[in-house]
Design a protein around this ligand. Structure first.
Ligand code: MLC
Ligand code: AMP
Length: 506
């Protein structure tokens, strides 16, 4: 028995129904996809990977990349997908910390990563979006049958790294039960069926694109129009062929900026969902005005999968993230005492349910900091529950920037800025951005008598950090505003900068 694999993939083994429709219109049936995944699982076995071992993958989105995920689940290997924008420096940490036995990367990245991986005891193989690479070569001669490895509900299925306020990324351990329970719950709540065609334009190295969009489709045997990334023209071309789309708010603001978004274009759609970052009530209203569709907003995170959702039938309330999912308990507590606050009051959001991860990989002390004894996980988000049970997120108790749906932890960027010549200290903040919601700004304070080279610092950031984490601007200031405890007042800094940068931006 391998409950997750059997329920999401195995049950479609002989299906001739389409699973992935790729640009150009060709489609891969469930049967063909699972045959490919079986060949991949045989390669993993031949590489000496055993159940419980980790496989790290930094590869472009493609049917093959998804087949690697399926192969890992089938072979009992813990899948560790990595943002394709991560730099070799960042990968070094993930491969080392996870103890991955194999790193699968693109052929172009291989020379830069091979030695690093070897230093951590990991082999390297390549797999590109066109289906070529040493991994694909090794799979070509393998049979398309594989004996599925037994797994228990509590066994690990995936390790997803999420940065932390200390600047050190933590691997969230997600079990087979975490992923399966959430996929089944969401598929039911959002009324997915085998007739659905999901327009998939999200990356597949994060919860949203992999465990929400993909697993929900798999749970019901529907199809996905599988786009390599969000591309406005491709979205417009494909909307008439789809029934559902899941996106981050930037998808919707970009669509609204395009005159081709009309009622007619979206006539065949039954569902648009949004999450990963706050959807402005104005965007919700404008989208309804233009298309007649009320976007369904939901709330989740890497450690928990999805926690709340607006109802499929019933009132989808703009500005709220809806109600706790049927198998999720959610409470709001006072950060100082941990006691539940009266309904309607703001506090920190805590969640419990089969979707909640089991802890951070090899970091029991970090797990203990965020997990209550009664099983509730402290999300770090601030919110309230109204009289009808709807949850509103009002802010974050953690220092976090969300840009285009990606999380950036300021501390990680500050550590890079602080290490640059002439920099005494730094603060990294998010400022409002029309397209991405928030964007990253770095503030540096020079050492006495020093004049830091801003261009050189930006270049160092590009070398060390994924592009999404790079400050869009670096502002030099004589000092940082601090409270009486000496803590940098990021809110004040943000207000000052928003006021100062606005006129420049026109
Ligand atoms: C791209 N860039 C970004 C960026 N995305 N910079 C900051 N933040 C981002 N999110 C950079 C590019 O590298 C490029 O830099 C420049 O911005 C312009 O790129 P673009 O072509 O306009 O961007 P695009 O490729 O279209 O990407 C925008 C986007 C993408 C919104 C489509 O970011 C995206 O797919 N976001 C989804 C993220 C996601 O899936 N999050 C889920 C996490 S799970 P340059 O220098 O090359 O010009 C989670 C849990 C939950 O949070 O609840 O779901
Ligand atoms: P991640 O760690 O990348 O999984 O990001 C999770 C974080 O994204 C959550 O803790 C929230 O802060 C944020 N988030 C996800 N969905 C929403 C939403 N619908 N509204 C506001 N914030 C959200």
């Amino acid at each position: 028995m391998n409950p997750l694999y059997d329920r999401l993939f195995g049950c479609h083994a002989d299906s001739a129904r389409p699973f992935l429709i790729v640009p150009g219109g060709t489609s891969l049936t469930y049967g063909a996809f699972l045959g490919l995944a079986a060949r991949y699982a045989n390669v993993l076995r031949d590489q000496g990977l055993r159940a419980g071992d980790r496989l790290a993958a930094q590869i472009d989105k493609s049917p093959e990349a998804l087949a690697l995920y399926a192969a890992c689940l089938r072979a009992g290997i813990v899948f560790l997908p990595l943002n394709t924008g991560y730099t070799p420096d960042e990968l070094d940490y993930f491969v080392g910390n996870s103890g991955a036995g194999l790193l699968v990367c693109s052929a172009s990245a291989d020379p830069a990563l091979r030695l690093m991986a070897a230093r951590h005891g990991a082999a390297t193989m390549t797999l590109d979006a066109d289906g070529t690479g040493s991994f694909a070569d090794a799979a070509a001669s393998q049979p398309d049958r594989f004996e599925t490895r037994d797994r228990e509900a509590g066994d690990l299925a995936a390790l997803l790294y999420t940065s932390g306020t200390t600047g050190r990324s933590k691997g969230a351990m997600l079990t087979h039960e975490n992923l399966l329970s959430n996929a089944l719950t969401l598929a039911r709540c959002w009324r997915f069926t085998a007739d659905d065609v999901l327009l998939h334009a999200l990356p597949i190295f994060h919860t949203h694109g992999l465990f929400v969009a993909t697993n929900v489709t798999l749970a019901t045997g529907g199809a996905m129009i599988f786009l390599p990334k969000f591309d406005l023209d491709a979205i417009v071309d494909n909307l008439p062929r789809a029934t559902a789309m899941m996106g981050v708010p930037t998808f919707y603001t970009r669509l609204l900026d395009d005159s081709r978004l009309t009622r007619d274009l979206t006539r065949g759609m039954r569902l648009f969902t949004s999450g990963s970052a706050p959807l402005l009530a104005g965007t919700h209203a404008a989208f309804e005005d233009r298309t007649g569709h009320r976007i369904l907003e939901r709330y989740g995170m890497t450690e928990t999968g999805m926690n709340t959702s607006n109802p499929y039938d019933g009132d989808r309330r703009a500005g709220t993230v809806g109600l706790p999912l049927p198998d999720v308990s959610l409470r709001v507590t006072a950060p100082e005492t941990g006691q539940e606050v009266p309904r309607g009051e703001i506090g920190q959001i805590e969640v419990r349910g089969p979707n909640v991860f089991t802890g951070y990989w090899r970091m029991p002390e970090k797990t203990a900091e965020e997990m209550r004894e009664d099983g509730y996980f402290i999300t770090g988000d601030l919110g309230r529950i109204d009289a009808d049970g709807y949850v509103t997120i009002v802010g974050r108790n953690k220092d976090l920037i969300i840009t285009g749906g990606y999380n950036v932890y300021p501390k990680e960027v500050e550590m890079v800025l602080d290490a640059q010549p002439g920099v005494l200290e730094s603060a990294v903040i998010g400022v409002p951005h029309d397209d991405l919601g928030e964007t990253v700004i770095g503030v540096i304070v020079p050492r006495p008598g020093a004049a830091p080279d801003v261009e050189a610092i930006l270049s160092a950031c590009r070398d060390k950090l994924a592009r999404i984490k790079n400050p869009r601007e670096i502002v030099v200031r004589d000092d940082l505003p601090r409270n009486t405890m000496g803590k940098v007042q990021k809110n004040r800094l943000r207000e000052d900068l928003v006021a100062a940068l606005a006129p420049q931006r026109g």
